[in-house]
Design a protein. Structure first.
Length: 103
């Protein structure tokens, strides 16, 4: 189930980011996460966003923070632009997400 949620999350991000350029996955790390009341996964995702001009990272961060991505059996509890770096043909985005499993 973790792999399915991870793939759906990356696909949802790609769909969201196409307005800013051409996204391609660089890395996606998934770690188990739990609190006293919730169980889920922390995702660290790096996406190369190819674009002829630099996207507005403030607008991009706002879009990510407001995003709703349908994940089977899970809730996207948090999604944030954690960082970004210039790349040869675009920008490398560092995105962090928290997904919670429905009980």
């Amino acid at each position: 189930m973790t792999e399915i949620v991870g793939r759906r999350l990356v696909q949802g991000l790609a769909d969201l980011l196409t307005r800013f350029g051409v996204p391609s996955l660089d890395t996606h790390l998934i770690e188990d996460w739990a609190s006293a009341t919730f169980v889920g996964h922390r995702h660290c995702i790096r996406i190369l966003l190819e674009s002829s001009r630099r996207p507005d990272t403030t607008m991009l961060a706002m879009r990510l923070a407001e995003a709703e991505i349908d994940l089977p059996g899970h809730l996207l509890a948090d999604l944030a632009l954690a960082g970004h770096h210039d790349a040869a043909n675009g920008i490398l985005l560092e995105i962090e997400a928290l997904t919670l499993r429905y009980s």
